[in-house]
Design a protein around this ligand. Structure first.
Ligand SMILES: Cc1ncc(COP(=O)(O)O)c(C=O)c1O
Length: 420
């Protein structure tokens, strides 16, 4: 039981904790997301230890995986949450998370979302534009309720990551340009109900460059210092998430570099420091188990056609993302073959791997798509009227169903047949 994540037993079967993945797939059916709570906890504790000397607090970025079972588990570990919608906020409240542990980020909060967050007295709203601040002030004054805010700053920083997950430069929609910050701070100060208590930044996701994190955090700290010199009272710095995950192999992050750079900048300062890890906390803890429906050989390619599709895991086609794919049972006596692993969706983009070398596989055998805990099931859809995958969480050697598969009848029921 002390092994973390997914490992092989002596006969080369894939296991999680003491459970055989093959048996779990037989019990629940495929496609199936399996999460290892033990690994989530281990990584959470590592981040917590890395940031404890600087008064660092963890607000799990719910967007990475908003399954309510996962949120409950992470809430029980003591984390807060970073949410980007009313739905995510309600999920956190549903599992009993305290509102004062919830940060609300996002460029497009509507009035209903802002009003709800204010009524619930959440920890803070992260404001992304002057226009958003107008709305927040108006709503807080109408409700006669106080709310703390942090301004998300755009320091025009370009991270080396996939363009679709880079959020730190001024071509992206995120944050308030540093040239505008003083004006927006002045405006916030005039409000009786809105308290400016923090600055926030998040430059993107899947970033490995800790020098860049360091210069970004340092620039944010300098900005806070300047604002405080100008009479503001910035007490909290939200550094976002973005810590990269190694999808090529299991190589769990130890967060030593995070500890080093943040202690260099913040150890002697008196800020509350917030972190919003998503991917780094949850990616490696999940796998997607899928069954081979059939094999197919054309003149130019060999395919493994599996029962999961881009509707369950869109990262390979959306971001050209790499995920390791492993047979549930490794068999050394089989030859390797180069294959495309594809789903049943009617799109050429419906693939998990192209030209991947795998042991020869046959119909009905199982594969695990690895490190799919983050931005996996949460981005799934019912495209092609396909059903969702079930999800289970493995906690202390026991399996818990945390998402059911909706039947076709249930899916059809959500549509309304017009009366003509
Ligand atoms: C504001 C904010 N915080 C945190 C995150 C989490 O990032 P990651 O999953 O890379 O840690 C995101 C992701 O987009 C974000 O937009």
């Amino acid at each position: 039981m002390n092994k973390l994540g997914f490992y092989r037993d002596k006969s080369n079967h894939l296991f999680v904790q003491d459970l055989n993945v093959n048996l779990l797939a037989t019990k629940y059916g495929t496609p199936l997301f399996i999460y290892d709570a033990g690994l989530i906890e281990d990584i959470f504790v590592k981040i917590q230890n890395a940031v404890k000397n600087i008064n660092g607090k963890i607000f799990y970025a719910i967007k990475a995986n908003d399954n309510i079972g996962i949120i409950k588990f992470i809430n029980n570990l003591g984390a807060g949450a970073d949410v980007v919608s009313l739905g995510e906020l309600k999920k956190c409240l549903k599992v009993g998370m305290k509102p004062n542990k919830i940060i609300f980020s996002g460029v497009g909060k509507d009035r209903e979302e802002i009003a709800f967050a204010i009524q619930k007295k959440i920890k803070q709203l992260n404001i992304e534009s002057e226009e958003e601040l107008f709305d927040v002030i108006e709503i807080a004054e109408k409700e006669k309720k106080n709310i703390k805010i942090a301004l998300r700053v755009n320091l025009d920083i370009k991270a080396s990551t996939h363009a679709k997950i880079s959020t730190g430069d001024e071509y992206s929609k995120f944050g308030i340009s540093s040239s505008e910050i003083l004006k927006v701070c002045d405006f916030a100060k005039k409000s009786k109900y809105v308290t400016l208590h923090g600055l926030a930044i998040h430059i993107g996701s899947q970033i490995f460059d800790y020098d860049l994190f360091s210069s970004t955090y340092s620039a944010l700290e300098k900005l806070a210092y300047r604002l405080n010199k100008n009479g503001f009272n910035i007490k909290s710095l939200d550094l976002g998430g973005g810590f990269g995950v190694n999808y090529e192999k299991y190589n769990f992050h130890n967060f030593n570099e995070l500890k080093k750079i943040t202690e260099e900048i913040f150890l002697k300062k008196k800020y509350e420091i917030c972190f919003e890890p998503g991917r780094s906390l949850i990616a490696d803890s999940g796998i997607l188990v899928t069954k081979i429906i059939r094999t197919k050989n054309s003149r130019k390619k060999s395919f493994l056609i599996v029962d999961a599709g881009m509707n369950h895991l869109i990262r390979p086609t959306l971001y050209n993302a790499f995920h390791r794919i492993e047979p549930i049972k490794l068999n050394d006596t089989r030859k390797n073959k180069v294959v495309d692993v594809v789903g049943p969706i009617c799109e050429t983009g419906d693939f998990f791997a192209l030209d991947r070398k795998l042991q020869e596989m046959s119909k009905n055998e199982l594969l695990a798509i690895m490190s799919t805990g983050a931005y996996g099931s949460v981005m799934s859809s019912n495209y092609n009227s396909q059903k969702n995958a079930k999800e289970i969480l493995i906690y202390k050697g026991k399996d818990y169903l945390i998402k059911k598969e909706l039947s076709f009848n249930e899916l059809i029921k959500s549509h309304v047949i017009p009366n003509f």
